[in-house]
Ligand binder design. Structure first.
Ligand SMILES: [Zn+2]
Ligand SMILES: [Zn+2]
Length: 345
């Protein structure tokens, strides 16, 4: 099969590799769509991954075309998204079904081969089936949309709440759409680029603030009756954004930290004081929940199926796998506007 293989830092090669073979309990998936995650960029160009060669790609969907002898054959022909985390199943976190906290997990697209390829073999346990009327590209959004749902859940949003989302990437905008769909009274998106904020407006977010603008804090507070938001979701991971999250929360408010940090994050004393004096609740989230009781992936598919959440509009560019250079350049070029760039096979 054809695949994009990361053979070293900065060495992504489009080449023929062996089609994966199914182990017990697995199905063979013909990959139809795979998103490029912002975490793939350092993986490919700067930090590398756990070992080389590795096929990147963890945000994917496809059609089940074959299955191991011990697997129910009626799955063949079904379409599915895939939870990319392969937990150990033995640690304390796994026993609590908190798979994202597993101390010894494997992961498609970083720790083992992922979905920048034609085929992948995945355990039935990781399949999230969806109906045939969900486009594959929409189903491939399941990973970031589930991460955003996990963040939203941590914010414990109530119908009368004002919710502020810092960040205009896929996770930020999806979190804003989730907040709206679960009935937050007001959703404010904060970003640094007018183009991104205009895009947020175009997908139905009616309130935005440019944090780089002069008097940005005044402008922001104005939009929250001078109080700040009940819940602030930080989906950037930069110093300024984390500081702003603290300034943007109301007294007694809740902050959810979700953005992966770009570097060290430290606090000035006056910002730190606000956490104490305003008695803020600060929570971190990682990945998504795949429990039998709370499964963000099933919630996401259900929201796609009912039409209550439309994240397909966040897919701004689609490319064929062989056009990967252009696809990655689109993600990396700050002059090019993109939210989710996706491979469509
Ligand atoms: Zn991702
Ligand atoms: Zn585990």
């Amino acid at each position: 099969m054809k695949a994009l293989v990361l053979e070293g830092i900065g060495e992504l090669i489009y080449k023929d590799v062996e089609t994966p073979t199914m182990k017990q309990g697995e199905v063979l998936l013909k990959i139809k769509a795979c998103g490029i995650c912002s975490s793939d960029i350092p993986r490919i160009y700067t930090t590398g991954t756990y070992h080389f060669p590795t096929i990147p790609g963890h945000e994917f969907s496809g059609e089940i075309i074959d299955c191991a002898p011990d697997v129910d054959r009626s799955l063949i022909g079904r379409r599915a998204a895939v939870f990319p985390l392969l937990p150990c199943g033995n640690c304390d976190s796994c026993k609590e079904e908190e798979y994202a906290r597993c101390s010894d997990y494997n992961y498609f697209g970083s720790r083992c081969d992922g979905a920048f390829a034609e085929y992948i073999s995945v355990p039935v346990w990781n399949l999230v089936l969806c109906s045939d009327n969900i486009p594959y590209t929409t189903a491939a959004m399941c990973e970031p949309v589930s991460v955003a749902k996990h963040c939203i859940d941590a914010g414990n949003i109530k119908p009368d709440d004002t919710v502020t989302v810092i960040g205009t990437g896929t996770i930020g905008l999806t979190a804003a759409l989730w907040a709206k769909s679960i009935g937050a009274k007001k959703v404010i998106v904060v970003g640094r680029r007018n183009e991104s904020l205009n895009f947020a407006n175009s997908i139905g977010i009616d309130c935005t603030v440019n944090s780089e603008k002069e008097n940005a804090l005044e402008d922001y507070l104005n939009k929250t009756d001078e109080k700040g938001a009940d819940v602030v979701l930080e989906c950037v991971g930069r110093q300024e954004a984390v500081n702003n999250a603290i300034l943007y929360a109301k007294k007694g408010g809740r902050i959810v930290l979700t953005g992966n940090p770009y570097g060290d994050i430290t606090f000035k004393k006056d910002i730190y004081w606000k956490v104490l004096r305003n008695e803020l609740t600060v929570t971190g989230t990682w990945n998504s929940s795949y429990k039998s009781t709370v499964n963000n992936w099933k919630e996401t598919i259900a929201a796609f199926e009912s039409g209550s959440l439309d994240t397909a509009k966040l897919i701004t560019q689609k490319f064929r796998l062989e056009d990967f250079e252009e696809a990655l350049a689109t993600v990396r070029d700050p002059k090019k506007f993109s939210v989710k760039v996706m491979f469509e096979m």
